[in-house]
Unconditional design. Sequence first.
Lengths: 373, 306
Amino acid sequence: MSFETTGSGPGMAVLNFCRPAVQPIVAVLIATIVGGLLVLALGENPIEVYGLLISGSLVGVPNLLVTLQMMTPLLFTGLAVAISFRAGLWNIGAEGQMLVGALFAGVVGYAFPMPWFLHLPLAILAGFVGGGLWSAIPALLRVYLGVNELVVCLMLNPIALLLTGFFATHVFKAPGPTNKLPDIAPSAALPTFSVYSQVNAGIFIALACCIIFAIINVRTVRGFEWKIMGLSPRFAYYGGINVPRRAIWVMILSGGIAGLAGAEQVLGQYGAFYDNFSPGYGFDGIAVAMLANFNPIGVIVAAFLFGALNGGSGVLQMMTGLSKYLVQVLQFITVLVLAAQFSWDWLILRLFPEPPPKSPDAVEPVNATPTEA
Amino acid sequence: MDLEILNSAVRISTPLVFAAMGGLLTYQAGMLNIALDGFMIVAAFTAVATAYFTGSLELALLAAILASMLLAALMAMFNIKFRAHIFIAGTAVTFLAYGLTALLLKGVLGQDGVFTSDRIPTFPVIHLPVIENIPIIGEIFSGHTILVYVAYVFVPIVAWTLYQTKWGLQLRVVGEAPEAAAAAGINVDWVKFQAMLLSGLFCGFAGAYLSLAYVSLFANKMTNERGLIALAAIFFARGNPYLTAMVAILFGTATALSVRLPQVTGLAPQLLQLIPYVVTVLALVLVGWRTTRARSRHSAWRFDIG
C-alpha cells in the first residue's frame, strides 16, 4: 500500500497525478528487464522472446481468445484478493476457496438436473457459496478467537486440495481412469463462443463483478468503510465501524468470488470437476491484485496482462527452447517489486532531492514502524 | 507396526526437520517465513545441477546452501529494508523460485518437468557401528545418509543456541518485543537478517537432501509443500525446537503411512496427508480459544495478531 506524498514543483505534481499508474508500470518494467537478462543468460534473444509472447497472445483472433480464456479465472481470483487486501484482511486462501467453489459447482452441475434457467444460476451460486463457506472459516476464527487469518488461509489451501481430491477420487468419482466428477449436465454449462478457446460467458460475470465492486468501493458507505479498515483498523474501530462484522463479510465475499472462479472453470472450461485442475490461479490472483493496487478496474487491466502472458507462454514453449515458466518468473518479480513499500518514496526522494515540506496536519503513515525513524 | 515404515518415516521426516529448524529461527525472530518451499526448491535444483556437472557431492551441497541463502537474502532485503509485507514477499519468493527452477531446468538441463541422470552421485548410506546390531533400534536408525543424522543433530544445536547463547536471547527479544530490543541497543534489522539467512541455510540442507539423498532427481515443485508442513509443525509446537522436531517427525510419519497404508487398508491417502494441516488449524483454534477466554469478554477487537 502506498501513501500520498504531498510535494511541490511541476515534476512532483505530474508524478502525483500519475502515481497510481506509475507504480505498476515501473514494477512491470523492472520485471521485464530482469526477465530479459535471464533470457539472455539462457542464450535466447530477449526481444524475440518478448515479441513471441506478445504475438502469441494478442495477434490474431484465436490467440486473443485464448488470452481471454486465461484471463477469466484471474479476474475472479484477482478481484477476490483485491477486495480483502483493500480491507486489510490478508486472504491468501483464494486457491482453496476456488477449489471448494469448483467442487460445489461441479456437484450441483451433475447431480441435480433441472431446466437451464434454474440450473446454471444455481450451479454458479453453489460455487459462490462453496468459496464463501471456506473463507468463513478463517474469518470467524480471526474475529472470535483472534487466530491469524493468514496462517489459517495458508493451511486451508492444501486442506481444500486434498479434500476435493478425496471427493473426486472416492465419493463422487466418475467411472473411468481420470480422477474427476461426472460431467456436468448441458443445462448447467456456461455457453462458449468459439472453437479456438474455452472462453465462455463466465468472463462477462467476472467483468460485471469487477464493475460492481468498483462502484461499491467509490460510491457506497461500505466501500468507504472497507478502505478505512484497510488503512487503519484502529481508526475505523474508534470511528464507529463494526470492524469484526465487516471483516467477516469482506472475507466471505472475497471467498465467494474466488469460488466463482472455480465455478467458471468447472461449468465453462472443463465441463466437470477434475482433481487438482488449478495451476495456481488463486496465487496468481495475488499477483493480479497487487498489480492492480487493489482497484477492481485495475484488476481488469492486470488480469488481461497476466492472461496474455499465460496465453503467450504456450507459443513461447513451442517456438523456443525456453520453458513457459518464464511467465511465472515475470509475474512474481512484479509482485515482489510492488510489495516493496519503501522503495517508492525512496525513489521520489532520489528524483527530487529536496524533501517536500510537510504540512502540519499531514497524517503520519499508519503502518510505519517505530524503527523506521 | 512394520519397522520399514518407521525407517522410511525417519527419512521422510528429515527435510521436514531441516525446514522446521530454518522456519523456527525466523518464527522466533518475529517473522513468519512462508518461503521455506521456495528456498528448498532452489536448493534442490542447484544441488542436482551442480552434482550433474561436477560429480561432487560436497560442491553440490555447498552450492545448494549458497543458492538457498541467496534467495533468503533477497527475501530479507525486501522484507526488512523495503518493508514488504512478509507474506506477500514470501508468496512472491516461493512462486518466483518455482518458476525460476522450472525455467532453468529447461534452459540449463534441457528437460521439462523431471530431470534425472546416472551421472548424478547420491549420498552413500551409513551403517552406524554399534547401533546397527541392536535389534529394533538398529533397523530404524541405521542405514541412512549422513544428512539424516545432520538434521537430527541440528535440533539440540538450535535449541542450545536459542536458549543458552547471547545471540539466541537477542533473537528471541527481537521476536517478542522489537521496540524493547532496539531500545536495548540490539540491531533489530541485522538480527532479523541473520535469522533469515540461517533459515536459508537449513532449507539449503533440506533441498539438497530431497534431490540427492531422498531421491536422485529434480522435478518441478518437488518440495510438495514440505515447507508448509514444517511451518505447521512450528505453529503446533509454538516455536519450541524439540517439540517442533517431534511434531515434524509425527507429520512425516503420517506422510509415510499415507504412502503405504492405502495398499493395506484401502483408505484414501488424502485423509492421512490432511493430518498435519488439520491438526495445526485445530491447535491454533485451541490456543485462540484459551487466550480469548483468558481475556475479558468485552475487550476490544484485537488489531495486531502475530
